[in-house]
Design a protein around this ligand. Structure first.
Ligand SMILES: NC(=O)c1ccc[n+]([C@@H]2O[C@H](COP(=O)([O-])OP(=O)(O)OC[C@H]3O[C@@H](n4cnc5c(N)ncnc54)[C@H](OP(=O)(O)O)[C@@H]3O)[C@@H](O)[C@H]2O)c1
Length: 281
């Protein structure tokens, strides 16, 4: 894999899951790493963990408190990071929260909170970091989701936020290309991180089944795909064979195959559940 020594990588949400695994990998490839998140204790423990993956003791690892949903926190967080580690060559907008429920049961506040973190959080991070990267031919990585490429039952809120990132990345790519910079858009299916049990608290059972069509992969697999995507200056990175297959079917059929399959699965599941309930009565 590519050598990242002398390069600085910023990662929001670097204290857990995909972000932490990606930070470990960049450190093992020689990079300096700055991670950002809210929980100070988890940040400090993640920074120690990442230090353990460095190739050399001279590589820097910094942890900076940041709430991406708060534009002022993002501004001061980036200022602190620039002061400590200098501007990044790779900036990864990864921090995000899950939310799965039927739209009809979703309070306005819950919808807005997801947008604030997943959409405005990415906007604020990129807006603050970009002026420091111009001229360095760096890369902005946006972590979206397979739910940003294909509509899924129970994902109206989360899917809206992740579709927005696909549009953001598509347009930003075109603009940054003229400055010699690249954008990498990452769209994983389900990844084995603390995100999954948290999301499961409200996940409709139909969504659980539909989601399983894309399988579940490890955060390490996503981290390797991100590093490969950055090194190869690739725009769209979809980690995981099943998610790639689903997206190919989706694109090939103009969405028809995935929509009909999902509708059929949801219909059969609901029919089966109501039949069981009637039998129990
Ligand atoms: N896991 C999946 O199945 C999956 C699939 C596709 C895409 N994704 C996307 O991948 C990204 C990472 O998810 P993950 O699975 O690694 O989740 P995770 O293990 O729950 O990690 C989320 C990270 O984001 C940070 N974070 C959350 N809200 C934040 C905020 N307002 N400000 C700053 N940091 C914040 C968390 O730290 P604090 O809570 O301490 O702030 C944590 O470090 C997310 O954007 C998610 O939507 C995940």
């Amino acid at each position: 894999m590519k050598d990242f020594s002398g390069k600085t990588v910023y990662i929001t949400g670097g204290s857990s899951g995909i972000g932490l695994e990606t930070a470990r990998l960049f450190a093992s490839l020689g990079g300096d790493v700055v991670i950002f998140a809210r929980d100070e204790e988890r940040l400090a423990s993640a920074a120690r963990d990442i230090e353990g993956h460095r190739r050399s003791g001279s590589q820097k690892v910094h942890a900076v408190h940041m709430d991406v949903a708060d534009p002022e926190s993002v501004r001061t967080g980036i200022e602190e990071a620039i002061e400590k580690a200098g501007p990044p060559q790779v900036a990864i907008a990864n921090a995000g929260v899950g939310y799965a429920d039927l739209f009809i049961d979703t309070p306005h506040e819950a919808f807005d909170a997801v947008m604030k973190t997943n959409v405005y959080g990415v906007r604020s991070f990129v807006a603050n970091v970009l002026p420091h990267m111009v001229g360095a031919k760096g890369t902005i990585v946006i972590v979206s989701s397979a739910a940003g490429l294909m509509g899924m039952y129970g994902y109206t809120t989360y899917g809206t936020s992740k579709y927005a990132l696909v549009g953001f990345a598509e347009c930003l790519r075109a603009e940054l290309r003229t400055m010699g910079m690249t954008v990498t858009l990452v769209c994983p299916g389900e990844v084995d991180t603390p995100f999954v049990p948290k999301e499961a608290e409200r996940l409709p059972f139909e969504s659980r089944v539909v989601k399983s069509f894309c399988g579940r992969i490890s955060p390490s697999r996503v981290a390797h795909a991100i590093v490969k995507g950055v090194a190869g200056k690739r725009f769209l990175v979809i980690p995981g064979v099943l998610t790639n297959l689903m997206f190919a079917l989706h694109r090939f059929s103009n969405g028809m195959l995935t929509r009909y399959t999902s509708d059929l699965v949801v219909f059969v599941l609901r029919w089966y559940v109501s039949k069981q309930a009637a039998r129990r009565r």
